[in-house]
Design a protein. Structure first.
Length: 530
């Protein structure tokens, strides 16, 4: 299920919204219901497998007061389906109490009571029950991101009742099941490749493209020549970090590994294993053969669980989870297709950023991924706004967007409808994707929250700088930067030429859409003139 906020500018142009119909008797007429929904401060578009709803809510902390529900004209929905979609959307936003604010006729009132609601002076109220599963995907050295995300979930007091993990997700699952976020952070803040694999390397923070390629070539050659790098250093590290007693009595943890040569999936309930076997199974789940050695347990051999199920959502569902928080960290392997029914609240979170090399555990990169996981989870929890970057205030972004719209309308024969058609963002936040695109081009760090003034100041500092940004950068990141800077036809090069041209003369759009690159150019000129 998808739950997304719909801003007023989007409501005015959404054809399904404009023809939507009232489902429950919140208002006496369809017209009054649509007018009220159009003016509501917060509206979510809830999209299930076969149905959509527009839901107006008043929110306070983790309480929802539903004041209106509309559906597209063609939708055929039962009362039960409507309630299921509304409740699942609320649980997906971690709401603890849900109130449906309406005065219902006797038949509908009795129906609400049969479904666990208490009638109050405001309508019908219910405390929502949770049985949340935390799903941790594989991804090697990217794993620090998951611990940063866990810290943000802890601060928000969002608990979970079971964990399912693969590969590094299994290792992190063991750390999380012990419920010691400080110890987990300390491990990832200091980790190096030599603590995980029998392989040493020169620090790469300042290494150039050629040095990175040489290291990767040496890493792969050594691993293949030895039949997989030994994980004895990781065994020692886990032995020093795992509290076996806490793990046995902690949150239920299921981990995935792959038995070879049959390549069958094996699911292990780690809490039920004796301490002597726990580390064996954790190593079996994360044995990324042929770069890492195969793990032998009893008379069988095991390799990374990602070869069969890198994102074990199905494992959590089979264990009875009614909500899923899934942290996907871009690991290799098979992400099994799992159809999540509408009654399951699902938050599938993954970063847009490159998290670094998979098997090279660079301390500075892991520290950065801890911060990134924390900030991006704060955004997912709607504590802070942003898509690629984290900002401190949505109000500032709205104010900047309003000024940008006035600036463009003063210089171009352009309507609000044209601007809305030219951007994937609502008009209220039209500046956000433009700022973030410039930030990505100019290598502004995503590892801190910014006010609008701080972010624009950083943009201009990077525009003036001739020094390369400090790393560490992967081979892929270095190649992308080179392409952007040296290719005449890259978007960045085209926009920088447009900026110079637009400062000389005003280009007038000739269609209903303002080209994206031109909008980016105008945004930079606007920021410079501000």
């Amino acid at each position: 299920m998808k739950v997304e906020k719909i801003y007023p500018s989007q409501r005015l142009t959404n054809p399904k919204f404009l023809t939507s119909r009232l489902l429950w008797p919140f208002y006496p007429t369809q017209k009054k219901a649509r007018t009220a929904m159009r003016n509501a401060p917060t509206v979510f578009l809830v999209t299930g497998q076969s149905a959509q709803l527009f839901v107006a809510v008043q929110t306070q902390k983790r309480v929802w007061r539903v004041t209106n529900v509309l559906a597209p004209q063609t939708a055929t929905l039962s009362w039960r389906k409507i309630l299921q979609l509304v409740e699942t959307a609320a649980r997906q936003k971690f709401v603890t109490q849900l109130t449906i604010e309406l005065t219902a006729p006797h038949e509908l009132a009795a129906w609400f009571k049969r479904h666990g609601y208490q009638q109050t002076t405001d309508g019908f109220s219910k405390k929502l029950a949770y049985h949340t599963g935390l799903v941790l995907g594989g991804g090697g050295a990217h794993g620090a991101y998951q611990i940063g995300a866990w810290q943000a979930l802890q601060e928000k007091a969002i608990p979970f009742d079971l964990i399912a993990g693969t590969s590094v997700g299994a290792l992190n699952g063991a750390l999380i099941a012990q419920n010691d976020v400080a110890a987990a952070r300390a491990l990832w803040e200091k980790i190096e490749t030599s603590q995980v694999l029998a392989f040493t390397y020169q620090q790469l923070d300042d290494a150039d493209f050629s040095a990175q390629l040489d290291l990767l070539r040496n890493f792969i050659t050594t691993a293949l020549r030895t039949g997989g790098l030994s994980t004895e250093p990781l065994r020692e590290l886990l032995a020093s970090q795992i509290d076996f007693t806490a793990l046995q009595s902690g949150i239920p943890l299921a981990i995935v590994t792959t038995r070879v040569p049959s390549f069958t999936e094996v699911i292990v309930q780690l809490n039920h294993e004796p301490p002597a076997k726990m580390i064996d199974w954790l190593l079996a789940s994360s044995a990324f053969f042929p770069l890492m050695a195969v793990e032998k347990i009893a008379d069988a051999y095991y390799v990374d669980g990602g070869y069969r199920n890198n994102l074990p959502q199905d494992v959590a569902l089979k264990a009875g989870a009614t909500e899923l928080i899934t942290l996907d960290i871009h690991g290799p392997g098979i992400d099994r297709k799992v159809t999540v029914p509408d009654e399951i609240a699902q938050n599938l979170w993954k970063t847009n950023w490159n998290l670094g090399d998979l098997l090279l555990f660079q301390t500075s990169r892991c520290q950065g991924n801890l911060t990134l996981g924390y900030l991006e989870t704060k955004r997912q929890l709607e504590d802070l706004p942003g898509t690629w970057y984290t900002f401190t205030s949505e109000t500032e972004l709205r104010q900047l967007s309003a000024r940008l719209i006035r600036y463009l309308q003063a210089r171009l024969p352009i309507t609000l409808e044209t601007l809305q058609a030219s951007s994937s963002a609502p008009l209220e936040l039209i500046c956000l994707p433009l700022l973030e695109q410039w930030g990505r081009w100019l290598k502004v760090s995503p590892l801190q929250p910014y006010s609008v003034a701080e972010f624009t100041a950083e943009l201009f500092a990077q525009l003036k700088s001739t020094q390369p940004q400090p790393g560490p950068w992967t081979v892929q990141e270095q190649w992308q930067t080179y392409w952007q800077s040296h290719n005449f036809f890259s978007d960045y090069q085209q926009v920088t030429r447009l900026v110079a041209a637009l400062k000389q003369q005003t280009d007038r759009p000739t269609s209903r859409r303002l080209p994206k690159l031109q909008l980016l150019a105008w945004c930079l000129i606007f920021l410079q003139e501000e």
